[in-house]
Design a protein around this ligand. Structure first.
Ligand code: DX5
Ligand code: ZN
Length: 236
């Protein structure tokens, strides 16, 4: 059976104290550290790249689950490998023509390849990457538009029309996860965006086993409680 991996998103941490924030999360029970790499082009935000991964690697042995929200993932394989990334998850939207080469190079740098898809991208697009001779080892289903952490629901801001619409969107994502889990029982399936105590049940029952959570973990008074609650949901 697939095992639960709870991955706090370091995007919600204090970047000026990244090493101690990472250690704090591991002490709170985190399995992985989720690192959001953005290039200001694939998404309208700019975060960190290989140099920061390299710096963090000197302070921790943890699994660094790197999510590449970049237009040219191939350019990042070598530097990310050198920097000490553990997982390298690229977006399917920008790798239609070269995913085979990408996967091969990622593996040759001793990283675990994963493929991510934006909310608007149909799940069918990742099937060839999971089924091929040289398959990816994880599928990351984005449950918010990539680019920013903390996109949590603000019910007080929503009128009667948008609320059902948003819940319906969430439902669609989790139906995608369910389809994927049925088709690939032993695949790592990661969900990313808006996950926390109020949404974990949907994700876990749909079959996600790797859970990324930024604001819900870092914003909690007791991150350890949120992490263990989410792990329990996945394992039950
Ligand atoms: C968004 C990133 C996420 C983000 C999740 O583009 O991929 O990893 O940090 O943050 P929350 O859990 O706050 O939605
Ligand atoms: Zn992410």
């Amino acid at each position: 059976a697939v095992t639960a991996k709870i991955a706090p998103s370091m995007l919600s941490s204090d970047f000026a104290n990244l090493a101690s924030e990472a250690e704090r999360m591991l002490n709170c029970g985190a399995d992985w550290l989720h690192m959001d790499i953005m290039d200001g082009h694939f998404v309208p935000n700019l975060t960190i790249g290989a140099p920061v991964i390299e710096s963090l690697r000197k302070h921790t042995k943890a699994y660094l689950d790197c999510h590449l929200m970049v237009t040219n993932p191939l350019d990042y394989v070598e530097p990310m490998g050198k920097a000490g990334a553990s997982g390298f998850t690229f977006h399917v939207e920008v790798s239609k023509d070269n995913w085979q080469e990408l996967v091969q190079r990622i593996k040759s740098k001793d990283m675990r390849p994963g493929v991510a898809l934006k909310p608007g991208t149909p799940i069918e697009e990742v099937y060839p990457l999971v089924e091929g001779e040289n398959p990816v080892e994880m599928v990351l289903v984005m449950t918010v538009k990539p680019g920013f952490g903390g996109q949590k629901f603000m019910p007080e801001m929503m009128d009667k029309v948008t609320l059902p619409f948003i819940s319906c969107l969430f439902l669609c994502y989790f139906l995608e996860v369910r389809t994927l889990r049925k088709k690939y029982p032993s695949l790592d399936i990661e969900v990313d965006g808006g996950l926390g105590p109020s949404t974990i049940e949907m994700a876990a029952s749909a079959g996600a086993n790797c859970i990324v959570a930024g604001s819900s973990v870092f914003g909690a008074a007791e991150p350890a409680n949120v992490i263990s609650l989410m792990r329990k949901s996945v394992n039950d």
